[in-house]
Design a protein around this ligand. Structure first.
Ligand SMILES: Cc1ncc(COP(=O)(O)O)c(C=O)c1O
Length: 282
């Protein structure tokens, strides 16, 4: 089946789509992306993803794409034409300037939207538990780019490749103060005394949409959540830990660094959190 892709408000066959070799996204990684999960044609937390992208465009001094307000309609048309309305899909939004190497000029920003079937078997494996390693170099929490889902994901991809070579599924960054930050594709939560602990945004992390969704919904379910600086030593005193992202939602950690976690102890709490997702989607 021929796949389709949207460039601005045009939906065209993927094989006909092209970008300029002078695109600053290609040359410098200058631009932004969002990864969104859609179950049966319904993109989850789309307004939150669009808001994060809007903020990121402002930080980078990029214009909002002309068709940005039509994103929901374009996604809906794209899911339909790619026959993904009854599937679980992964939608990728990509924003960059079309073809400009002069950082002072401000041409319109283009919006590319891709939609593919999500590999649920890979997600299910992660949801059964995964192993992560602490990365050996430090991040600078003052770096404003850490809050962006920028097209320059080289540090994350390099880090992920290096931990995979050692048999781990995710790598966790530390900042210059030695605080736990986040994974290369996920946010981190620890569980202690039935309470959730997660690094604050000031640790130098992506403001994850799934992280924010859990922070918002947990108190109503009687789960206390603290955004607080966390250190590798905190792993020794917690009952469990998990990672979150838009595609996998929640994946328990079986091990992080020298610490092993028994899944049984925190299963009920994780199930309560997974219920937030199920209740919201139905
Ligand atoms: C570095 C990083 N942190 C956290 C996340 C999780 O963010 P979200 O819940 O918005 O998918 C991602 C997702 O790709 C990520 O790349």
């Amino acid at each position: 089946m021929s796949r389709y892709i949207a460039i601005d408000d045009k939906i065209i066959p993927e094989t006909k789509a092209c970008i300029s070799p002078l695109n600053p996204g290609f040359l410098f990684g200058e631009g932004l992306f969002e990864t969104i999960r859609a179950d049966s044609g319904k993109p989850f937390l789309l307004p939150e993803h669009l808001e994060r992208m809007r903020k990121g465009l402002k930080t980078l001094g990029l214009e909002q794409p002309a068709d940005f307000d039509k994103t929901a309609t374009i996604i809906s048309n794209l899911l339909e034409i790619n026959q993904l309305n009854r599937a679980v899909a992964v939608i990728k939004l990509i924003c960059s300037q079309p073809s400009n190497v002069n950082p002072d000029a401000k041409p319109e920003t283009c919006l590319i939207i891709k939609a593919d079937k999500l590999d649920l078997s890979a997600i299910k494996i992660r949801q059964q538990g995964l192993g992560a390693q602490i990365l050996p170099w430090r991040r600078d929490s003052r770096n404003p780019l850490l809050a962006l889902k920028s097209l320059n994901y080289l540090e994350n991809r390099y880090a992920l490749r290096s931990v995979k070579q050692q048999g781990f599924t995710e790598g966790i960054f530390l900042n210059q103060a030695g605080e736990l930050c986040e994974g290369t594709f996920s946010n981190l939560f620890l569980i202690r005394a039935n309470r959730l602990l997660t690094p604050p945004l000031t640790a130098g992390i992506l403001p994850g949409i799934t992280r924010a969704f859990i922070l918002k919904n947990a108190p109503a379910a009687g789960i206390e959540v603290w955004e607080t600086p966390l250190f590798p030593d905190d792993l020794k005193t917690c009952a469990g830990a998990f990672l979150t992202s838009s595609l996998m939602r929640l994946a328990p950690l079986l091990e992080l660094g020298q610490n092993r976690f028994a899944l049984k102890e925190t299963a009920a709490l994780r199930e309560t959190i997974m219920d937030f997702f199920n209740l919201t989607i139905r």
